[in-house]
Ligand binder design. Structure first.
Ligand code: ARG
Ligand code: GLU
Length: 721
């Protein structure tokens, strides 16, 4: 009796409808699952206004920008808005010493000045549809995993073909709820996307990596592009004859301002979350993967930062490299702190006890689920240390630029040894490598890399027994009297990859037998042999176990849904279009500290430091500030608001997503999360998890008042009062 009572209680505990604010919802089901709650929270439009296949809806204004960001259409002439950090690579590619758009910003004063971006695509979703039944057709319960996957793969190919036959669309099928359900996405891809405007980095990247992931934040993280189409308004490759795309929908912008508790929602493409994994999976992330990344990437970051502080040349050379590592590194630190603070592992373990009990309550459940957690445990026990070792080796060996770079010559060596590879292929490879070498050496400092080598190899040899390391490394280490500095000297004095002067003559005049020089090279050897070692020791174990985990997760996910029939489940992020909703709100990050929900230009002036690159303030911006020349964009309180936080559940990929108000108007541009809440990819907590958006009024102020690009504002549809 007592047992039954506990079980009932447990079910009640875990079946409360998901706390509002948590969740990345499928637009197709908003009407069914979320509309009532959204309305109760303050929304004044309908689910149909957000996502509809029958008439134009907000979804028609949302695109995937490039490979990993979101953007939205904000004018009837195909103008789109995304983050500065999403457009960064493109802005950089147009920059040179004469036209340094990264530093000074770029503004096309009419359409003829807009810059083309070969390879940049934006993707509209035409419609989505659940296709679980069709995907699982012919899949039997007792099928083994490989037959099952083969059948599913075969079905998916057919579904995609049928879906876009005789259309100009693309089709994509993705799994949801850990392969329990499947959805088809019909997309339209535009390929002529031009750069329209970007603020200087001192605005678009204000605070840099120092402020990244942090609140209070003052980054004007936006850039503008435009979609072009052919004369029939269809996608087309770049052509001078293309014209601005006429969208089905563009967002209306509200400059009414943002207040505490206002309802907001975010429409965009979150990349990946793992909310439903068992405690062992969280343990792997927090205790095996993140600590290694934090420690080893941290060493590199310290060395880069020191060198950048000491030399303006190195500051430029290493800025992008530092940003690349620092973003993930800082996220891992925040995630670990958040998971510790929320006691996520304990909470999951408590849930697993309840689960185990529930799984014993009927014969059918016993058969299906009783051994599930034990199987997970067994696999993670085997997987976790291997994962750690693999990441340790990868981060330390390939964190060294010389070795990572040497690895890019593998194809050349293989092709040179391959009798079937023709001369043209070899020549083409040599010319590609030569081009890549320009980029590499432009931003390479041997002295910095040597410091990294010493730090990372010291960490590797003190963490690992020699039997766990590739022979090429231990041999060198022992030949150098187990002295990492000697080892470093030996490698860097011998390798051809340490300087352009040594390498370029070889590439300029490359003949097939020259592969012997590359193959003998010490850095190349380390790269190749480490790769082979990692493959044989780690990669096969990891991939076999990951496959097993996928199939266990499929069952565990289904079981969690079955166990909590009243809970409104949302699927983990998988880079498909989702809606998150919540309220504008600050938070208390730690004892006695309260964060306001918005920042202002005053804060930019407070942070200003002409000697620190991240905190330089542009003269023009200062002048506007001193004259309080804010146009129509000041808040009612008279200040210029810059960023604001809300409780929307977001993740990487939501960069560039629109933050919308209760009427579906654009009020902000999402670009980050607060550090205290970065564990939301695993465990969302309304008291700590906040997305950070740029206040749209600051964005308009910069376009209009700072850049003098009022013609862009004229294209937009703005509601004020
Ligand atoms: N943290 C944000 C994201 O994950 C912004 C990254 C770009 N900004 C930077 N300072 N590195 O993408
Ligand atoms: N900056 C992230 C991105 O590039 C979004 C922030 C997040 O991870 O929530 O997508």
């Amino acid at each position: 009796m007592k047992k039954l009572f506990i079980t009932v209680l447990a079910i009640a505990l875990f079946t409360n409808p998901a706390k509002s604010d948590e969740g990345m919802w499928i637009p197709l089901f908003l009407g069914e699952l979320n509309e009532a709650e959204m309305a109760a929270m303050g929304m004044r439009i309908t689910a149909e206004d957000i996502y509809s296949e029958n008439h134009s809806s907000l979804k028609d204004a949302i695109v995937i920008f490039g490979g990993g960001c979101t953007a939205e259409v904000i004018s009837g002439e195909g103008l789109i808005l995304t983050n500065h950090h999403c457009g960064f690579g493109r802005i950089q590619s147009h920059s040179s010493l004469e036209h340094d758009y990264l530093t000074n910003g770029f503004w096309a004063m009419d359409k003829s000045e807009e810059l083309t971006n070969p390879g940049l695509k934006v993707t509209f979703l035409i419609r989505m549809e659940e296709v679980t039944e069709q995907v699982l057709e012919g899949v039997e319960l007792n099928m083994n995993e490989s037959d099952r996957s083969a059948k599913i793969e075969e079905n998916i190919i057919k579904i995609k073909e049928d879906a876009v036959k005789d259309t100009r669309y693309n089709a994509l099928v993705k799994s949801f709820f850990c392969q329990n359900r499947y959805f088809l996405f019909i997309n339209e891809v535009f390929e002529d996307v031009r750069l329209v405007g970007a603020p200087p980095s001192s605005i678009g990247k204000f605070g840099g990596d120092t402020d990244n992931w942090m609140w209070p934040r003052h980054t004007g993280d936006f850039s503008l592009f435009r979609i072009y189409a052919d004369s029939a308004n269809n996608p087309a490759k770049y052509s001078v004859h293309n014209i601005p795309y006429k969208p089905k929908k563009h967002l209306t912008i509200s400059t009414r301002g943002v207040k505490q508790d206002d309802f907001t929602f975010i429409f965009g493409y979150p990349g990946s979350t793992t909310e439903y994994i068992p405690s062992f999976g969280v343990d792997l992330q927090v205790n095996y993967i993140n600590p290694v990344r934090i420690a080893l990437q941290g060493k590199r970051i310290d060395i880069y930062k020191q060198a950048m502080n000491d030399s303006p040349e190195i500051r430029i050379q290493y800025a992008a490299k530092l940003a690349g590592i620092a973003n993930g590194w800082k996220k891992s630190i925040g995630e670990n702190r958040g998971i510790m603070r929320l006691k996520t592992i304990d909470k999951k373990e408590a849930f697993e006890l309840e689960f185990q009990e529930w799984a014993g309550t009927s014969e059918e459940r016993r058969l299906k689920y009783r051994t599930l957690l034990d199987e997970f445990k067994k696999i993670y026990n085997e997987l976790s240390p291997v994962y750690r070792n693999s990441i340790f080796l990868g981060e330390s060996v390939f964190g060294i630029e010389l070795i990572k770079y040497a690895r890019t010559y593998r194809d050349m060596v293989n092709a040179s040894k391959d009798k079937n590879a023709g001369v043209e292929k070899i020549q083409a490879l040599a010319s590609d490598l030569k081009k890549a070498s320009d980029t590499f050496y432009k931003n390479y400092q041997v002295a910095v890399d040597k410091d990294v080598f010493i730090a990372l190899m010291t960490a590797l040899f003190s963490d690992k027994d020699q039997s766990e390391l590739p022979a090429v490394l231990t041999r060198l280490y022992n030949n150098c009297d187990q002295d990492v500095e000697k080892m470093c000297e030996k490698i860097y004095s011998r390798s051809v990859f340490t300087s352009k002067e040594k390498l370029i003559p070889l590439l300029d005049n490359y003949k097939r037998p020259d592969y012997k020089i590359l193959e003998k090279d010490i850095a190349f050897k380390i790269a190749v042999e480490t790769g082979i070692f990692a493959n044989s020791r780690y990669v096969s174990v990891i991939s076999a176990n990951s496959l097993k985990l996928d199939s266990l997760m499929r069952i565990y996910m289904a079981a969690q849904i079955e166990m909590q029939p009243m809970k409104n489940f949302y699927p983990d992020a998988n880079f498909t279009l989702r809606i998150s909703y919540g309220n504008v709100s600050g938070f208390n990050p730690s004892d006695a500290v309260a964060y306001n929900y918005f920042t202002t230009l005053e804060g930019i002036m407070e942070k200003e430091d002409p000697d620190i690159f991240d905190y330089v303030v542009d003269e023009k911006l200062k002048e506007l500030y001193l004259n309080k020349d804010y146009g129509n964009y000041a808040d009612q309180d008279g200040t210029m608001h810059v960023c604001f936080t809300a409780t929307n559940h977001t993740s990487g990929g939501n960069s560039g997503s629109p933050v919308l108000d209760a009427d579906g108007n654009l009020i902000g541009l999402n670009f980050d999360r607060c550090w205290e809440g970065t564990m939301s990819d695993i465990d969302y907590d309304i008291s700590q998890c906040r997305n950070i958006g740029l206040d749209i009024r600051y964005c308009l102020f910069i376009i209009d008042k700072f850049a003098g690009a009022g013609h862009l504002i004229d294209e937009m549809t703005i509601v004020a009062d």
